[in-house]
Design a protein around this ligand. Structure first.
Ligand code: PMV
Length: 323
């Protein structure tokens, strides 16, 4: 008999990164893939084979000052938030498997936290609500990222599409259809921290008013993108692609792009994508391309240039039964 497994989605920011830091909305979506946590019989070891990590409870229960890896401290915070007492008997191990690249801005750490929270709740017989799962994931993400906006784990837990506003959370967007997307990695680490700092300099600099005017234009693109997702069909996809293309121009002007991102966008354009842009912090990381019916072509040309690529669908929804 196979042991129970628990899932959570990765995410993409379709439109609005960086401007979202200044109060603009961002259009976000769950990936159809993410993270799975398997729970074979065990004693509560946290195992992440992709990172060669295998941490027993005696180590992750050591508290904030212990030498445990950050991910294990994050796990301890998550367990504590769900009410698991130190020294509790744990009947299973937690084995984390990634179906999305890690450290790429695709929400892998949040998806890991959500899937682990679900696995912990189930293995201890805790009847956790969606809010309990989200709060446990937030506790974990706070250990990993310091002060996360909460966007990643909320999308990861709930799935679908949404508009995220800092301080206000996520409002669901009801899409006409899920949307196929091509995601390629620049091969360069994304630089969320550095790029956020650079935008802050631009905002505070002599052209600050022009930068803020750009944020207003991005806000309008997010509105157009949301309407496009709701509309669906060829007209919706064309409008979404156009909004992505325009958003990329603004992101270049905000100095959060990089040569690899621009090469990938140009190549996608040449083979007929409706739109392509960076997703997340930029400076590296991933590029997303909307190319309905031409996904395989975009994948092929990106891979030919050495950019690791996968095709996925966005807007997948969580099945209620698997919480
Ligand atoms: O690179 P990611 O997926 O962590 O996204 C960062 C998004 C920013 O808007 C650049 C920063 C933020 O905190 O919203």
């Amino acid at each position: 008999m196979t042991s129970p497994a628990f899932h959570a989605f990765g995410k993409v920011i379709l439109l609005g990164e960086h401007a979202v830091v200044y109060g603009c909305p961002a259009l976000v979506a769950a990936l159809s893939t993410g993270v799975t946590v398997e729970t074979p019989p065990g004693i509560g070891r946290l195992r992440v084979p992709a990172w060669d990590l295998d941490v027993p409870p005696s180590v992750y229960e050591g508290g904030e000052d212990s030498s445990a890896p950050t991910v294990a401290k994050a796990f301890a915070a998550l367990e504590a938030r769900l009410g698991v007492q130190p020294g509790a008997r744990r009947p299973v191990d937690y084995v984390v498997r990634f179906a999305v690249p890690t450290g790429a801005g695709l929400g892998s750490s949040a998806a890991m936290a959500v899937a682990l929270a679900r696995a912990v709740a189930a293995s201890h017989g805790i009847a956790a609500s969606m809010t309990d799962i989200e709060e446990a994931a937030m506790a974990s993400e706070t250990v990993v990222h310091g002060r996360p906006s909460g966007l990643d784990h909320t999308v990861s837990a709930r799935g679908g599409f949404g508009v995220f506003v800092r301080g206000q959370g996520l409002s669901p967007v009801v899409a006409h259809d899920p949307i196929p997307l091509v995601i390629g990695h620049t091969g360069r680490a994304r630089d969320t921290k550095g790029r956020v700092a650079r935008v802050a300099e631009l905002v505070a600099g002599p052209d600050g008013a022009a930068v803020r005017a750009r944020f207003d234009q991005i806000r309008a693109l997010v509105e157009r993108g949301r309407a496009a997702v709701e509309l669906g069909g060829p007209a919706g996809l064309t409008a979404l692609g156009e909004a992505m293309r325009e958003n990329q121009r603004h992101l270049e002007a905000l100095e959060v792009s990089c040569p690899e991102i621009e090469t990938m966008c140009r190549i996608a354009d040449e083979v007929g994508a409706l739109g392509a842009k960076l997703t997340g912090g930029g400076g590296g990381g991933c590029v997303i391309a909307l190319a309905p019916g031409r996904e395989e072509i975009v994948k092929k040309v990106w891979e030919r240039k050495g950019f690791a690529t996968f095709i996925t669908e966005i807007g997948a929804r969580q099945k209620v039964s698997s919480t």
